[in-house]
Design a protein around this ligand. Structure first.
Ligand SMILES: [Zn+2]
Length: 450
């Protein structure tokens, strides 16, 4: 392939949204120029009014392969990703069998991914009870960081960690320079709340919400912040769901504590007041809280206390969602949204006066920074991978099951009218999604830092 030029009246760059042409040579962006400067011999592709965003980066995805491909898998997860404008995923270390808690398991994951991926990917390693001696070898083998749970993750093979496990591991984590991603809910407040709900009706969403109080998140965050100050590792709070932790996080950042924070589209778009009883497709942990809390999270994003937005794409077979019986207690917690996260976010963000530049920052640039791939992914800039999304921000559509592309068409967003449509996705210069189709081979590969 020779030199190509991708033109748009709305190229979303770190410097702003502008009329421009992105020159692509092979897999990389060569330059961003004015349309008049496109060399005569370049093949031109003009997207007109459709916006050209950097390929989105999702640092929080549960792909579940090897071992639980009947839940999702590399093939279906990366198809959903390509359809949603994502070009890079980082896989969570639980749900797969074996869990990614040592180098042998990481190698098994690499074999499982071979030839199946429509977008690029990489792995987080797991920090579980007793594997502190694996941390540095996992880092050397190529994981981008680590994930741990302070509360039971719902998967027997992946153990939650307490203070002594963390103290055994954190020196190793700090030495790697890689981030530790923490599911921040403490079991104490969850267990106490659940105990108080003895005899309650678990088909009611309110019961589930009460069983996972804000306090569980706030206490876990305080605990991790103190360990972060003590051990000097990079702390990242995954899927913040409570606005009541924002003051604590803001104060910690002001003191220079190395903490970053993410939230998810479902916490920014859905609210407890409108979730019907028995609607277990809305179950996730921590839970979707009330409308006022949702607005607090938007304020956190606006004020920069929340750095980034990722999906926490976590599907399972429909039977595990207990959709028929509507039991929030036994249903699997997880919401899959790779294929719709961008329209969901844009639907909310444009109403609040945000631009596509902020979307690109929250959903591409900052997740890339967290994962350590910010030199190649997450921006439209010279030298970066030619990863793009062609996005029509004015289009409206009603979400139908065949547009999800994940393994099981379960979603709390089905039937919703959303704004903004992914038309095409390019991975390293090649179209991997085009108007509902997935052209070409599965060219996605593991991201290796260099
Ligand atoms: Zn998750």
């Amino acid at each position: 392939m020779g030199l190509r030029a991708f033109l748009s009246r709305r190229v979303v760059t770190p410097q702003g949204i502008r009329l421009g042409a992105v020159l692509v040579d092979g897999e990389r962006i060569q330059a961003l120029v004015a349309p008049s400067e496109v060399p005569a011999d370049a093949a031109r592709e003009d997207f007109g009014d459709a916006a050209l965003l950097p390929g989105l980066v999702d640092s929080h995805v549960h792909i579940n392969e090897p071992g639980r491909a009947e839940w999702e898998g590399f093939n279906t997860a990366t198809r959903a990703a390509a359809a949603g404008g994502y070009t890079m995923l980082v896989d969570m270390p639980l749900n797969c069998v074996p869990a990614t808690t040592n180098v042998t398991a990481l190698e098994a994951k690499r074999r499982a991914a071979q030839g199946l991926c429509r977008v690029d990917w990489a792995a987080w390693g797991g920090l579980v009870q007793g594997n502190h001696d694996e941390i540095e070898s996992l880092a050397n083998a190529g994981v981008l960081g680590f994930k741990c749970f302070l509360v039971h993750p719902g998967i027997e093979e992946f153990t939650m960690v307490g203070e002594s496990d963390l103290r055994a591991a954190l020196t190793h984590v700090a030495r790697t320079g890689l981030p530790l991603l923490v599911h921040a809910e403490l079991p104490g407040p969850v267990d106490a709340a659940t105990e108080r709900l003895r005899g309650a009706d678990w088909t009611r969403y309110a019961t589930y919400l009460q069983s996972r109080p804000d306090e569980a998140e706030v206490a876990a965050i305080r605990f991790m912040l103190s360990l972060c100050s003590e051990y000097g590792f990079r702390l990242h709070i995954v899927h913040l769901a409570t606005g009541t932790a924002l003051d604590t996080l803001r104060a910690a950042r002001a003191e220079g504590v190395a903490v970053t924070v993410e939230t998810c589209p479902h916490y920014l778009h859905l609210d407890a007041e409108t979730i019907p009883d028995e609607a277990t497709q809305f179950k996730c942990a921590p839970p979707i809280r009330g409308r006022a809390n949702c607005e607090q999270l938007w304020q956190g994003l606006k004020g920069g206390v929340i750095d980034l937005v990722v999906t926490d794409h976590s599907p399972c077979p429909p039977v595990m969602k207990r959709l028929g019986e509507g039991d929030f207690r036994s249903a699997w917690g997880g919401i899959a949204s790779l294929s719709v996260a961008l329209p969901v976010m844009w639907t909310e963000a444009q109403k609040r006066g945000f631009s596509l530049a902020e979307i690109a920052c929250w959903m591409a640039e900052r997740p890339a920074q967290l994962a350590g791939c910010e030199g190649r992914k997450g921006r439209i800039a010279a030298g970066y991978d030619a990863d793009f999304v062609v996005f029509d921000p004015e289009a409206e559509f009603t979400l139908m099951p065949d547009e999800l592309h994940q393994r099981h068409a379960v979603s709390p967003y089905l039937g919703e009218k959303l704004r903004g449509r992914v038309k095409r996705t390019y991975l390293r210069g090649r179209a991997v999604f085009c108007e509902g189709e997935f052209p070409g081979d599965a060219i996605g590969r593991e991201f290796v830092s260099n």
